[in-house]
Design a protein around this ligand. Structure first.
Ligand SMILES: Cc1ncc(COP(=O)(O)O)c(C=O)c1O
Length: 370
């Protein structure tokens, strides 16, 4: 599921080497050079031309929490705007930002205040870019003064929400709204980052730079590490000691992340992922005429999903579960997503061999057409 696969030998070697040196110092107390090296490499590669800084944490949710803390400190403003269908983690602020009630929010409230949701553009659900922007305008009239908004946070491709790809016009408009009102734009790239969409970061598909980017998951290839990278003056806003954590930027995870960057580049995994994604899309397109439930095939690079609907157009969660169960019987694990649970998302590692990919595609074709 992670981009560099399971126990990549270069990662194992890097972790073993670090294991012989030290496993923990708590970076804020005793800093180490590898943390700086990784931060510098991410600063160079993250979207946006301005000078950047990076801070490391442990989980994706923690990166999101810290992005909000940093943005509030930098702007002196409290409010946050997120999107329906968005997923940002299972901590209190993560849940507040998440725009999917079942299963993430049921029974866990109350959540932090000053969080507002706007609809994310999603053509199959009848939400256009204009609809989404109009709803934000309405939010600014009815609920929150834009001058009190610190952050607009969004996923360039929604993960849990159904692999909905942000239209370029939407991303441009978000940047314009942020610039007009002094709001910071946060791209949550926890799922899209590190090669999943055919670029190192999904925001490279857009001619727009966020102020802050959150990352985790494939960043360290399975070791617990997350990061916030952003414009240097924004990152410098919190007071010393305000950010961090005992295990934040753990040395074993940092060693693994440095190896991830080497492997992505050395093995050309990012173009390979894009090519594999294309192959999957073509295979699904070819099945469309035989599987009437296929309503849409969408994605970016290797981040591909297929949405199922009934003949009357209603989301078909039942068929989705059936496909998952049939696939599992044949050893193919498929994950669903989407607010209605009627989307299957594909999360193969970019290191997958052609033979295993073909085996998976054949099982998929078999279970879809049975
Ligand atoms: C976009 C996005 N943000 C945040 C998170 C939370 O990450 P974690 O599970 O590491 O806390 C996820 C996890 O799926 C995610 O996809």
């Amino acid at each position: 599921m992670l981009n560099t696969g399971h126990r990549h030998p270069r990662l194992v070697e890097a972790i073993q080497r670090q294991l012989e040196r030290f496993t923990h110092t708590a970076y804020q107390i005793v800093p180490y050079a590898s943390y700086i090296e990784l931060a510098e490499r991410i600063n160079q590669r993250a979207p946006g031309r301005s000078a950047k800084k990076t801070a490391f944490f442990t989980t994706g949710a923690e990166a999101v929490e810290n992005a909000i803390k940093i943005a509030r400190a930098a702007t002196g403003r409290p409010a946050v705007i997120a999107f329906s269908g968005g997923f940002h983690g299972r901590t209190m602020m993560g849940m507040a930002l998440t725009g999917k009630v079942v299963p993430y929010k049921v029974g866990f409230g109350p959540f932090p205040g000053e969080v507002f949701h706007a609809p994310y553009p999603c053509a199959p659900h009848g939400v256009s870019v204009e609809d989404s922007l109009k709803a934000m305008e309405h939010l600014f009239k009815a609920d929150v003064d834009p001058k009190r908004v610190a952050v607009i946070i969004f996923e360039p491709v929604q993960g849990e929400g159904g692999f909905n790809v942000a239209p370029p016009a939407f991303v441009k408009a978000l940047r314009a709204i942020c610039d007009e009102h002094g709001i910071l734009l946060v791209a949550d790239e926890v799922q899209t980052g590190f090669g999943r969409t055919g670029k190192l970061f999904a925001m490279e598909h857009y001619d727009v730079a966020p102020d802050l980017t959150t990352m985790a998951k494939s960043l360290a290839g399975g070791m617990p590490l997350s990061a916030v990278c952003g414009r240097a003056e924004v990152m410098d806003a919190p007071a010393p000691g305000g950010l961090g954590g005992t295990y934040a930027g753990n040395p074993l995870a940092v060693a693994s992340a440095l190896a991830v960057l080497d492997v992505l580049e050395g093995e050309q995994l990012i173009p390979r992922g894009a090519a594999l994604g294309q192959r999957l899309v073509e295979r699904l397109e070819a099945l469309k005429s035989r599987v009437p439930q296929i309503a849409e095939i969408r994605g970016l690079g290797a981040m591909v999903a297929v949405e199922f609907r009934r003949a009357d157009g209603a989301p078909d969660a039942e068929f989705t579960r059936e496909v998952q169960n049939r696939a599992l019987e044949q050893g193919l694990l498929l994950l669903s997503c989407g607010v209605y649970g009627n989307v299957i998302r594909f999360l193969f590692p970019l290191t997958i061999s052609d033979a295993v990919m073909n085996e998976g595609l054949n099982i998929l074709a078999d279970v879809l057409t049975r």
